[in-house]
Design a binder for this molecule. Structure first.
Ligand code: HMG
Ligand code: MG
Length: 308
């Protein structure tokens, strides 16, 4: 731990880039498989070692992820880079295994109504689907990450008690997930609530196994990240250019922008192994493809377009 004044922060942070999955799953535009492959390779080139590259879900539910197998088949082999995919059931697991991935993520929610809207079943039913997935993954030597959505609010139910998050997180850990990413799907959280959430969940799951996944709908993502770093969380999910959103959480906007997160971590002297300039270039690459400006303030400033 690093003492800076009264702040106690981790010396190192693992960054999980979710842009190619969370960033593109809700995009109105189609991005070609070749562009996705080049983008992911640029992200890896910046030093990122954990990149979520797609989902093996129903293409009727999420058409933008339908080419995930082709994306994986086209990726350049880079030592030390983990490419992850979302998997909702055994069918998704079989597709992930055939594609040769070494890491998958199962995704549950702390809100019943969101669970029904996102994966068409109750929380308990979704956990029942993940159990055989985790067992099969263990046998196949595939690492499993677990997500809990709606940790600081639900688009349908409003408030979500932290105890509900802790219960789901604990079950996912018990199934064999090595890490639990806490998703503020609709970006409603604020720093004190984010810290309270970590206090509660850390009673059920060691804080070393927790990751933070904050959407920036209300402009709170960076503040929330700093707040949970102070609580010892050392794994942060983000998406370059602030891309992202869930098709089943109306009004939710992008993730914390990876460039902004890295700029803050660099300023705090926290090690990540990621190069900010190259990361910003990877963000610019996908913005050029999408034909719109980045949502990352750090990327805008670095490109000289921030009106300095
Ligand atoms: P369902 O309709 O209840 O399932 O969907 P089903 O078993 O009845 O199957 C329906 C159809 O989907 C069938 O095809 C199946 O074969 C097919 P049909 O016979 O109609 O042609 N199917 C599949 N196809 C491909 N891959 C599969 C698969 N499974 C079934 N794995 C299901 C259930 C979970 C599949 C569906 O609800 C679904 O795909 N949901 C998508 C969920 C999703 O991707 N959400 C976004 C990601 S989560 C997120 O963004 C939050 C996060 O970022 C954290 C945060 O921010 O909070 C992670
Ligand atoms: Mg998300």
């Amino acid at each position: 731990m690093l003492g800076k004044g009264k702040m106690r922060l981790p010396a190192k942070v693992k960054l999980v880039e979710v842009g190619p999955r969370d960033g593109l799953q809700n995009e109105p535009q189609t991005i070609s498989t070749a562009v996705k492959i080049e983008w992911i390779d640029r992200l890896a080139g910046s030093g990122l070692r954990f990149i979520e590259v797609g989902s093996f879900v129903s293409p009727k539910w999420v058409p933008r992820m339908a080419d995930t197998a082709d994306v994986i088949a086209g990726l350049a082999v880079r030592d030390g880079v983990r490419y992850g995919v979302l998997v909702p059931n055994m069918r998704g697991f079989e597709a992930a295994r055939s594609a040769g991935v070494k890491e998958i993520a199962v995704f549950a929610a702390a809100s019943e109504t969101f669970s029904r809207n996102n994966v068409n079943c109750s929380i308990a039913e979704s956990l029942g689907r993940f159990r055989p997935v985790c067992e099969a993954a263990q046998t196949a030597g595939i690492a499993v990450r677990g997500y809990v959505s709606c940790v600081l609010g639900c688009p349908y139910e409003g408030e979500v008690p932290p105890q509900a998050v802790a219960r789901v997180a604990k079950e996912l850990m018990a199934m064999g997930c090595y890490e639990i990413s806490l998703g503020d799907t609709i970006g409603r959280g604020t720093p004190a609530r984010a810290q309270g959430l970590i206090d509660t969940v850390a009673e059920a799951v060691p804080v070393e196994s927790l990751a933070a996944h904050f959407h920036d709908t209300y402009g709170q993502a960076l503040a929330n990240i700093l707040a949970v770093l102070e609580k010892g969380v050392a794994v942060i999910d983000s998406a370059v250019a602030g891309l992202g959103g869930c098709p089943f959480a109306e009004g939710a906007t992008g993730n914390a922008a990876s460039e902004d997160v890295l700029y803050m971590l660099n300023g705090l002297g926290i090690e990540t192994g990621v190069d900010l300039k190259q990361l910003a270039q990877a963000g610019q690459f996908i913005c050029d493809q999408l034909g719109r400006p980045t949502a990352s303030k750090a990327a805008r400033a670095l490109s000289g377009k921030a009106g300095r």
